[in-house]
Write a protein that binds this ligand. Structure first.
Ligand code: PHE
Length: 323
């Protein structure tokens, strides 16, 4: 009907009838298909091909073929390229003829089995960085650090530093810190050993108050990634007032003690010769507790001592405290 080869006579007696309309027809689709059979689809113009594809009379697909031939270095014998240049190759001159394996400059190589920092050292350098950022500096001497001394806290070292300060002709405000090992007569359990590292900060200036101490503690612990703080009155023989520092532990869902602090008593400062209006505020914490929290270590014996697993040291990631 579309080609007008037949027509419909709707009004014919006995119902509609289909009647021939032309003497002969030319079936181009059949012709096209015949051409495809004899000459391939390329023989047809693009427009006709598209039409045949649309009617699913033609299917177009892409075939990829490869030719594989012998390459220039083809051989049936296995020849290993040399990986090392030997003195013999050089003296005989054979290196000129030998094939050498090229260097692989993008190979990663073996990770070195040494030179890994223990988690305590990683956290120690982060803490040290915090003190330095906050302006605490002094001349560190290896001879001093090497001295063997079993002390129960580093506050003795702070007192010694303050004594040196008092011997200066004119007082100048200072900020000190220390991170060092201390020894205590403790009953040993999963979180206590007879030795640990203490981190201590000290500020000496005129007119320092408890408010300064609280402000510095907030700043310090925030840098450590601990921002929810509470202070609880405490007792130290050498500070008054004294405060224990608590932080809310998200994992344990409770407040845990993270440090101790206070304002040095005049009984400690005056005999050393510090001016009367100079006050000293200080605080201390352990290196082990934040390290155990940060690295998810439950038993302190896995962190310190002869049971430390070296693989743990190799595998421990770098320390970022502010996250
Ligand atoms: N020396 C205290 C301790 O071992 C910590 C501390 C340091 C307290 C400085 C007050 C001032 O717990």
């Amino acid at each position: 009907m579309a080609n007008k080869w037949v027509r419909l006579d709707k009004g014919a007696p006995g119902g509609p009838r289909v009647l021939r309309a032309v003497p002969s027809v030319q079936d181009t689709v059949q012709e096209h298909l015949g051409q495809v059979r004899t000459g391939g689809a390329q023989a047809l113009p693009e427009r006709d091909r598209t039409e045949l594809k649309r009617r699913k009379l033609l299917l177009e697909m892409t075939l990829k073929s490869y030719w594989i031939r012998q390459g220039s270095a083809f051989s049936t014998a296995v020849a290993r390229p040399e990986t090392e240049l030997t003195p013999e190759m050089i003296s005989t001159g054979s290196w000129r003829q030998l094939p050498f394996k090229p260097y692989n400059f993008s190979s990663l190589g073996l990770p070195p089995a040494c030179g890994h920092l223990h988690p305590l050292l990683k956290v120690r350098s982060e803490l040290r960085q915090i003190f330095l950022e906050m302006g605490y500096r002094y001349e560190w001497k290896v001879e001093e650090a090497r001295k063997n001394l079993l002390r129960t806290h580093t506050t003795s070292a702070s007192a010694r530093a303050l004594f040196q300060l008092a011997r200066q002709e004119k007082f100048s405000p200072v900020k000190y810190f220390s991170i060092d090992r201390v020894f205590r007569n403790e009953s040993l359990d999963a979180t206590h050993l007879a030795e640990f590292h203490q981190v201590e900060g000290v500020v000496a200036d005129r007119g320092l108050t408890l408010g300064h101490l609280m402000g510095i503690l907030r700043q310090f612990f925030t840098k450590l990634g601990i921002s929810q703080l509470r202070f609880k009155p405490a007792y130290n023989p050498y500070t008054e007032p004294s405060m224990e520092v608590f932080s809310y532990h998200e994992g344990l869902k409770k407040w845990v003690e993270v440090g101790n602090s206070g304002v040095f008593r005049p009984e400690l400062l005056l005999p050393m010769g510090l001016p009367e209006n100079v006050s000293v505020i200080a605080w201390g914490l352990s290196l082990e507790r934040p390290t155990m929290i940060k690295y998810g270590i439950k038993n302190i014996r896995e962190l310190m001592g002869h049971r430390v697993n070296l693989q743990m040291v190799y595998d421990s990631p770098m320390c970022r405290l502010d996250m």
